[in-house]
Structures are given as structure tokens and as C-alpha cells.
Design a protein around this ligand. Structure first.
Ligand SMILES: O=C(O)C(=O)C[C@]1(C(=O)O)C=C[C@@H](O)C=C1
Length: 102
């Protein structure tokens, strides 16, 4: 390993980290937009006495996401766990709206 190799590796690491930071920003803004819509859905559901969760919709979302994940070279189990994690949080928000009588 020469000093040149080490310098090249350091430059590559810096570039990858810059890309990772940009992608993390996209994830955060994307999640922010998703939550804006789910908050609106939560208010709508609370106003119309609709159940917080919709298991049939979730099953369709999971199936679609697993397929997308495979095509995107992402572990489908991870994609499924990630979506389930987000949806659990959304349902928690929906239940809060219902408790508050939003
Ligand atoms: O589509 C809905 O009915 C929602 O409330 C949104 C959402 C989601 O986060 O995608 C959350 C809870 C439901 O169980 C299904 C989907």
C-alpha cells in the first residue's frame, strides 16, 4: 500500500460519503412528504370514523414494495420491515387524531 493508494482511497471514501449524505437528504425529504399525506389521511379517517389501519391496503403495499426491492437490488425483507416500521408510526399518528377527535 503506497501513500498514493491511501490518498486515492481517502478521496473515494469522501465521494461516497458525499453521495450518501445527498441520498440521506432525499430519504428525509421523501419521508417528510409521505408523512404530510398520511397526516391528511389520518384527519380524513378521524373525521369520517374510518379505522386507523387497513390491512388489505398494507398487504398490497408490501407485495408491491417487495417486487420493487427485488428490481432495485434491495433486500426485500429489509424493504418490508422498513415499510412496516413506517406504517406502524402512521397508524400511531392516526390513533392520536382519533383520540383527539380531529
Ligand atoms: O392508506 C391508508 O389508509 C393509510 O392510512 C396510509 C397507510 C400508509 O402509511 O401507507 C397507513 C395505514 C394503513 O393501514 C395503510 C396505509
Amino acid at each position: 500500500m503506497t501513500d498514493d493508494d491511501t490518498a486515492r482511497a481517502a478521496a473515494l471514501l469522501k465521494e461516497h460519503r458525499a453521495s450518501i449524505d445527498r441520498l440521506d437528504a432525499i430519504l428525509v425529504y421523501t419521508l417528510g412528504e409521505r408523512f404530510k399525506h398520511t397526516q391528511a389521511v389520518g384527519r380524513l379517517k378521524a373525521e369520517h370514523d374510518l379505522p386507523a389501519s387497513d390491512p388489505a391496503r398494507e398487504a398490497a403495499q408490501i407485495e408491491r414494495l417487495e417486487d420493487l426491492a427485488k428490481r432495485a437490488d434491495l433486500d426485500p425483507e429489509f424493504a418490508k420491515a422498513f415499510l412496516n416500521f413506517i406504517i406502524r408510526e402512521v397508524i400511531h399518528h392516526h390513533e392520536k387524531f382519533q383520540d383527539e377527535g380531529a
